[in-house]
Design a protein around this ligand. Structure first.
Ligand code: KIV
Length: 273
């Protein structure tokens, strides 16, 4: 496959994302958590980089996203922002930093924006977090919403299966999506819901809807970078397409290095001073 060249090399803005939706141009989004990965992904032409709280799983090895702290998210976000020239950088507000009350939420949101220089924040939930959403937006900070399977609520769900399959949950999701748009969110992530519901929400909203396991009828797609690069070998949900097998590539490279060191092949004459 040929290398993707982004036609518009200007920095991606929330405004440009809405224009992309209007033009029918799909939005490509990936997560990143560190400088090196973010610089590769940005140079490849990605539209949005999410500093996801999935860092809790794939960087720190936790079972859920709940343990990651505000300080840890700020550390990851600063590393990513230093690398990025074109993509819009969105940072997840971690569990516990926006659910208590709106004042605490805006204080934590301002801290992330001041210390990381990121472009926007992502919060999980609908009506129940609306006071926090409003207060953060009032402070001039753009918000991306996140509905469907919201991993910070995994203990309430008790399962990672597809959300909003029944009418009541689907109706609440549609209502929450409308509320988030009405209140000023610039985009929405929908995770692990029926494809038909993803299409319905995307058609009803003017803001872009980015899906992960929400079908092809939404305005863009997001995947966790370590999953789509095949580094997390034991994670195989139906929605995941692997574009590389870095688990094998890295394993083989490390194996070769070990052999070369042990056999005294490395370093050779040219590789020393
Ligand atoms: O934290 C994350 O990686 C996310 C994506 C799955 C959307 O929220």
């Amino acid at each position: 496959m040929s290398k993707y060249i982004a036609e518009d090399t200007r920095k991606v803005t929330t405004h440009r994302l809405v224009e992309m939706k209007c033009k029918g141009e799909k939005i490509a989004m990936l997560t990143a958590y560190d400088y090196t990965m973010a610089s590769i992904i940005d140079a490849a032409g990605i539209d949005i980089i999410l500093v996801g709280d999935s860092a809790s799983n794939v960087m720190a090895g936790n079972v859920t996203t709940l343990p990651i702290t505000l300080d840890q998210m700020i550390y990851h976000a600063k590393s990513v922002v230093r690398a990025v020239k074109r993509a819009l950088v969105v940072v997840d507000m971690p569990f516990g930093t926006y659910q208590v009350n709106a004042d605490e939420a805006v204080k934590n949101a301002i801290r992330i924006m001041k210390e990381t220089h990121a472009d926007a924040l992502k919060l999980e939930g609908g009506e129940e977090i609306l006071p926090s959403v409003r207060k953060i937006l009032d402070a001039g900070i753009p918000i991306m919403g996140h509905l469907g399977l919201t991993p910070q609520s995994i203990n309430k769900f008790g399962t990672y299966t597809v959300r909003a399959k029944d009418e009541a949950e689907a109706a609440k999701l549609c209502h929450d999506a409308e509320l988030l748009q009405e209140n000023g969110c610039f985009a929405l992530v929908l995770e692990k819901i029926p494809a038909a519901l993803g299409s319905k929400v995307s058609s009803a909203l003017e803001i872009p809807v980015i899906g992960i396991g929400a079908g092809g009828g939404v305005d863009g797609q997001v995947l966790v970078c370590t999953d789509m690069l095949g580094m997390t070998a034991d994670f195989t949900p139906r929605f995941l397409r692997r574009y590389a097998d870095l688990n094998s590539v890295i394993g083989e490279a490390v194996g070769n290095y070990i052999c070369d060191v042990k056999s005294c092949d490395f370093p050779n004459e040219k590789e020393q001073y």
